[in-house]
Ligand binder design. Structure first.
Ligand code: PLP
Length: 380
């Protein structure tokens, strides 16, 4: 099967492209001894977990379900399973202890509530800190260092908890989003300045996610210097938990043109929706790459591409083409593996896209199709 035979809409994740990313990450692990984990919240396509597990140290979860998914899908293959949540629920915690090796807390109160139990179960315990060092202007809603942030313990709050004498095994920070290693370096300066005195005697430090390691212009040697700096100065094991970097530019969303409507501009209505199938296009926001289409006006025929929902703003973007679009044409959006299938929804009763893998030999294998039952199943 190739792209033209897939049902649409359909996410296709390319094994070769994922593996290319995984090899880059593996290189960092091998040269530095750091542990790299998949942040499942960006990419939970478990059909590919065995491949991910071949290269990375393990995965990290935002809660019980992701932790369980990794544990279930890796089966007997022993891989690390980390978790961070702003607040754990009592009824989840016993099961979390079953799956996870590292448990990261967001406040001293959470440590007080769950820390002893986690330690008795032999878990490594961490606390997330807020180094109060904003390095991003582009994505304010993704900045956990913004004033009033609920994510991570500031130095002031850290010191108060530390006085009570409960020392975690490690600290975790997550402050970046699609950033390069110069911003990591800046963040590390703040982490050391504020928390350096607590790091001696700890076992590990987790640099969180947001490292765009597999992007062309990413400065890997600088990342490796950052890792070595924490290893050499404090004797810590270093973890990174990228989500995006694992599946960056490794997936597609194949869609069909259903209709063209004309009102000042020409809009092609597709069988995929920004709001339902690529919500980050609206939330982030960003314009997904699309095959060899150009920016508006660059090629002879410019179209707005929109979804079939009722939302007026369900617009993917304006693109230009060498030829007129026609009903039945297929379009292939790129960079659709990350934050796509994990965030999709059935607003307007929209069907969920099927999921396929493009294998190494170029053949596409459909691994999942969804139907009416999936829409109805999450309502009552
Ligand atoms: C979102 C998140 C990640 C992954 O971030 P990416 O931008 O996908 O690399 C890792 N750790 C934590 C705590 C996160 O919230």
């Amino acid at each position: 099967m190739d792209f033209s035979q897939l049902p649409t809409p359909c996410y296709v994740v390319d094994e070769v492209l994922i593996e290319k990313n995984l090899k880059i990450l593996q290189g960092v692990m091998e040269r530095t001894g750091a542990g790299i984990l998949l942040a499942q919240k960006a990419f939970s396509m478990f059909a590919l977990y065995p491949l991910v597990g071949k290269y990375l140290s393990g995965a990290t979860a935002s809660g019980l379900y992701e932790a369980r998914l990794w544990a279930e899908e890796m089966g007997d293959v022993k891989k690390e399973n980390h978790i961070f949540s702003p607040a754990y629920k009592e009824e989840d915690f016993e099961e979390i202890l079953k799956y996870c090796d590292h448990i990261v807390f967001n406040s001293w109160r959470q440590v007080e509530k769950f820390g002893i139990r986690a330690r008795e179960a032999g878990k490594s315990i961490g606390i997330r800190v807020n180094p109060e060092c904003s390095t991003q202007e582009a994505h304010a809603i993704y900045d956990p260092c913004a004033p009033g942030s609920r994510l991570g313990v500031t130095l002031q709050n850290f010191a108060a908890g530390a006085e009570k004498g409960f020392m975690p095994d490690g600290i975790h920070f997550h402050t970046l989003c699609e950033q390069n290693s110069d911003d990591l370096e800046k963040t590390l300066d703040a982490v050391e300045e504020k928390f350096g005195r607590y790091l001696r005697g700890m076992k590990w430090i987790n640099f969180g996610g947001g490292h765009h390691i597999t992007r062309e212009d990413y400065d890997i040697p600088r990342l490796e210097r950052c890792i070595r700096r924490m290893q050499d100065t404090y004797g810590l094991k270093v973890y990174l938990e990228p989500g995006e970097a694992v599946a960056l530019n490794a997936g597609f969303l194949v869609t069909t043109v259903l209709e063209i409507v004309r009102n000042e501009t020409e809009t092609a209505i597709l069988d995929t929706s920004a709001a339902c199938h690529m919500p980050d296009v609206l939330e982030m926001p960003y314009r997904p790459p699309l095959g060899n289409a150009g920016i508006p006006g660059e090629k002879p025929f410019t179209y707005r591409l929109g979804g079939p929902t009722c939302l007026a703003g369900d617009i993917i973007g304006d693109y230009s083409f060498g030829e007129r679009l026609r009903e039945g044409d297929r379009l292939v959006f790129e960079d659709m593996a990350i934050y796509s299938m994990v965030k999709n929804n059935t607003f307007n009763g929209m069907p969920l896209p099927a999921i396929a893998i493009r294998r190494k030999d170029g053949e596409c294998k459909l691994v999942k199709r969804f139907g009416y039952g999936d829409f109805k199943g999450r309502l009552s």
